[in-house]
Write a new protein. Sequence first.
Length: 638
Amino acid sequence: MGEQRISSKIDEADLRAFTRSVLNDLLALEKLLDEGKVEEHARRIGAEQEMFLVDSAMRPAPLALKVLEAANEKRLTTEIGLFNLEANLTPLEFSGGCLSQLEKEIVDLVAFVRTKAKKFGGEVILAGILPTIQNADLTYENLTPMPRYYELDRVLTMLSGGTRHIQIKGLDELLVTQHNALIETCNTSFQVHLQVGASEFVEHYNWSQAIAAPVLATAVNSPLLLAHRLWHETRIALFQHATDTRSETHQARNQPTRVSFGDRWVNDSILEVFREDVARFRIILTRDVEEDSLDALAQNKIPRLRAWRLHNGTVWRWNRACYGIMKDKPGLRIEARFLPSGPSIADEMSCAAFFLGLMIALPREFGDVTKYFAFDDAKNNFFNAARQGLNTQLTWMNSKSYPASKLILEELLPRAREGLKFQKIAEEDIERYLGILETRVKSNKTGAQWMIDSLAGMDKAAKSNVRLRTLTAAMNEHQKKNEPVSEWKPATIGKSADWIDNYRFVEQFMTSDLFTVRPEDVLDLAASLMHWKHIRHVPVEDNEGRLVGVVSHRDLLELFASGTFDAKNEVVVRDIMKTDLITISPNTPALDALRLMRERDIGCLPVITDGKLVGLLTAHDFLTVSTRLFEERLTELK
């Protein structure tokens, strides 16, 4: 998430001074480009590896600061969530064995983090979105306590009007209302960097946009969010929603979001993108700037452009143009931000090799992409790939349509191979990484498809949290072996000694698929719901969705037994519902909830978040735990 030295108290004078620094930085960059001082013949690669920290139940574990302190490793840094970490890998010359060298560094570093996390009962998972993450994890307690993240959350929330409505449709439909930006903690990515020369930057940047869709189609690994099956790469939709700063007025004017694919090709200079990002998007973070970039240039120094780089770090284009200094030379690089973390490091590297090979081959073969490609086709392709992965159709050059797999296997893989060969990449690396990708495409077994297929094959009677925990635990085992996802067998629910971890908190096994009635509904409706759905408790909500009561099977029996019931007189729910309710939150420990039910002699506990009903915990739900315990004990006795 970039620069940590952020000003947390900003007045208008500070903001004006910082804005001037941003504008000066752009002027300085323009001078560097005009004077030919930006590196021309560079070919370097780099990467950022984000990851989740989880506990023994495969749930998010807020261990980042503890792990960082124990690791004392400069390549590791924080992310917005306390259960996220980021590794910044060593930049490498793009030649020879650089790909296998990068893979080894990632493998070693993730293994190192895993050993440090284990000291605190943690593990490491690579996933675009962690399958087990739940609403209860999206709290301020899990926000990394650093000024950058506090300010990002505060400003993003303020600019969006304080309330963010997230709606994503896939196989399921997710509707979430957020009063902060913490849902962004659900995302982790694998970001690939390619440094290219200044004079060729525009051409290469446009090609990075054109190839984003087919590369993403091979990489999709985020089909689940808050237990909903959505896009194959739900991260694309979620990140845009999570960082949306547009008010209703801005939305009415169709102002773009801070996370975007863009709206057009770049014509003459990458400065077009940089100026657009300053013109379109309000500065939301500032810092003290020690250097005047124009003064630095006048003294024949290389300016750091710290003010502009901070602003650039808060505009999240899926392909982002970046400025940096290597070996005392300023350079430009393209950061591909659309790739998810996982499913294995080998899979990530295969996607990186595919992207990098195409970035060399296609500009060499075709030159200017805008002669062959409509930008709208590239953009439409990108979102179609995010939604459907390899199951989509892609429009390629000259408006010809292909199934994604056919385009990749017949048109793009051979070109990626040629691009890597031209760059003198080691032959064994080319065969390994493109071979992994080819097998994945031929078998249509992306990380997303593996998750979807695994869930479909699991026992439907198993609780959702058990299935998602099983899925994540299987991912963990395969990732430790660095096995390509095309070799993974479907995850299956098995018996394990740590099954009790699935039931530590209420949210893990409460019923969230609820049938409710209103106070004014006829009592017959509540009775019918109990009969049809084999349930003993029906929550009562008002028209605004607020919980106002509960009708239980016991209430009906008492009504009939009282002798006052007359079928000729209409009885409504309000007449018998219980209104003196005891409620709990999703993160209430399961044992506390059970103890409360026993002490108060009640059969259900409504689960409330922000005053709204999100679930129901009943005595029947606890039978799942007690039955499993009984079965476990019988097995031990045998």
